[in-house]
Ligand binder design. Structure first.
Ligand code: UD1
Length: 435
């Protein structure tokens, strides 16, 4: 009988699994991108606002979405998952607190705060967990919600929120275009009295997708996807059907998989307009890129050319989530690449693991200098966080010999069966249940 092994990661029990990758196989073929985690999460939270039936298509089947559905169930919503379709009936919502165990599973759980305070007039949650890629404070979220009239008491890591008087629109200028804070303020503002204007708002495509869904529910949100968002509060919302946009970070990861193996891939079900800053870097690395409205065809150069200097910025700049996958490509580039991470202070945790595989990288503060080597070598490495884990998978594809990657729950938070997608285009990669 097959034996199953378990482990605790960040207080959560997981089956102990590892990826085994036999490297040096060139990837060729077609690969489809699943729905965006960072869109589906706030939209699932938003579904509690309307107290009605919602149908969401193209939801990724990943751990973070499972966690969001568990939160909805715990709050009393009726949910059903059928592949990538999730139905939520939030009429029966009865709770306003989220247990610490669920909050700890992912950072995205914080977006329930705005929606809960708007619907229940109170919320009790603790600080969220998620990837340890930096300090990740939530002061901008809390200040924005306070400006709308939410009273927030913080004690011993718990946030007790209540709304004594009706939430009222306000002009809020964010000190930094935080994605999560923009979403939380939008969620609290759509049913507030009067107009809310969010200045210096995050402009990510996931914000525009959240606004699209909210507008389908009867909200009046304009300007999402740009730097100023205008929200005219409405008395109530109704349920809606919505298709989640494709995951631009997953799309980029697959493009990286082609680039690092010197392959040629057609990446389908994606929006090239969402990754323009990244497409430029692929071109810089010598890849030939052909775009159509919903797909990108990449033909890689072997070895890739180095990336001169890539600096992360809020959208539409080069996204912080792509730094780690791109560093993997740079390890075997024909020269030296430089990355500067301006959003999170701890995005290079995977670098120590890449060095175990033969990479030549030095990190100083926010900058990583990567001198390309002729060859990476398979090693036993540990996924340190979601995107860092993806970088190790990519490195394993290009390494001589066998790479073993542990701490799989990090990768499963954002990628739907990554081994299945990659083996369908020629990678030798399997998942084993083993200590
Ligand atoms: C979201 C994404 C994440 C992505 C990030 C930046 C989700 C679930 N996650 O994370 O994948 O890497 O955007 O594109 O959508 N900050 C504060 N105070 C706050 C909030 C943020 O100082 O209250 C700082 C953060 O520490 C960080 C920067 O602002 O330095 C950006 O964070 P933010 O845009 O909020 O990222 P998340 O919403 O956590």
């Amino acid at each position: 009988m097959k034996k199953t092994y378990y482990n605790f990661i960040e207080g959560v029990l997981f089956v102990l699994e590892k990826l085994v990758i036999q490297g040096l196989n060139t990837l060729n073929g077609e690969i489809a991108v699943h729905g965006a985690k960072n869109s589906a999460l706030p939209i699932l939270a938003a579904s509690i606002l309307n107290g009605s039936k919602n149908l969401l298509y193209n939801c990724p089947r990943i751990k973070d979405i499972d966690c969001a559905v568990k939160i909805l169930n715990r709050l009393g919503c009726a949910t059903k998952q059928n592949g990538s379709i999730i139905s939520i009936d939030s009429y029966s919502l009865s709770g306003y607190d989220i247990p610490e165990s669920l909050m700890a599973e992912m950072r995205g759980s914080i977006v329930f705060l705005g929606a809960l305070t708007a619907r229940c007039k109170k919320a009790r949650i603790c600080y969220p967990g998620g990837c340890e890629i930096g300090q990740r404070p939530i002061d901008i979220h809390l200040e924005g919600l306070r400006r709308l009239g939410v009273i927030i008491d913080e004690e011993h890591g718990m946030l007790n929120c209540r709304v004594d008087k009706p939430l009222t629109g306000a002009k809020i200028s964010l000190p930094f275009p935080s994605v999560g804070a923009t979403e939380n303020i939008m969620l609290a503002a759509v049913t507030a009295r009067g107009e809310t204007v969010i200045g210096n708002a995050a402009a990510e495509p996931e914000i525009a997708d959240l606004a699209d869904y909210l507008n389908k529910c009867g909200a009046i949100v304009r300007g999402a996807g740009e730097n100023t968002i205008y929200i005219q509060g409405v008395a109530e919302l109704h349920g809606a059907e919505h298709t989640i946009i494709p995951d631009r970070i997953v799309a980029c990861t697959y493009l990286c998989a082609a680039a690092i193996t010197g392959g040629s891939l057609l990446v389908k079900n994606m929006n090239p307009l969402h990754i323009e800053a990244v497409l430029e870097l692929f071109e810089q690395s010598g890849c030939r890129m052909m775009t159509e409205p919903d797909r990108v065809h990449i033909t890689a150069k072997k070895p890739p050319d180095p990336i001169h200097t890539a600096r992360t910025l809020p959208y539409p700049g080069f996204p912080t989530d792509i730094v780690a996958p791109m560093t993997a490509i740079a390890t075997i580039a024909d020269g030296t690449s430089i990355f500067v991470e301006n959003i999170f202070e701890n995005r290079y945790k995977h670098v120590a693991e890449l060095i175990k595989m033969g990479a030549d990288i030095s990190v100083e503060g926010r900058a990583a200098v990567i001198r390309g080597v002729d060859r990476l070598y398979g090693a036993s490495v540990k996924a340190t966080d979601l995107r860092g884990g993806a970088a190790l998978v990519l490195a394993g594809l290009a390494a001589e010999g066998t790479t073993y990657i542990t701490e799989m729950p990090h990768i499963d938070r954002g990628y739907e069966c990554i081994e299945k997608s990659l083996s369908s285009v020629g990678a030798k990669i399997t998942r084993l249940c083993t200590p």
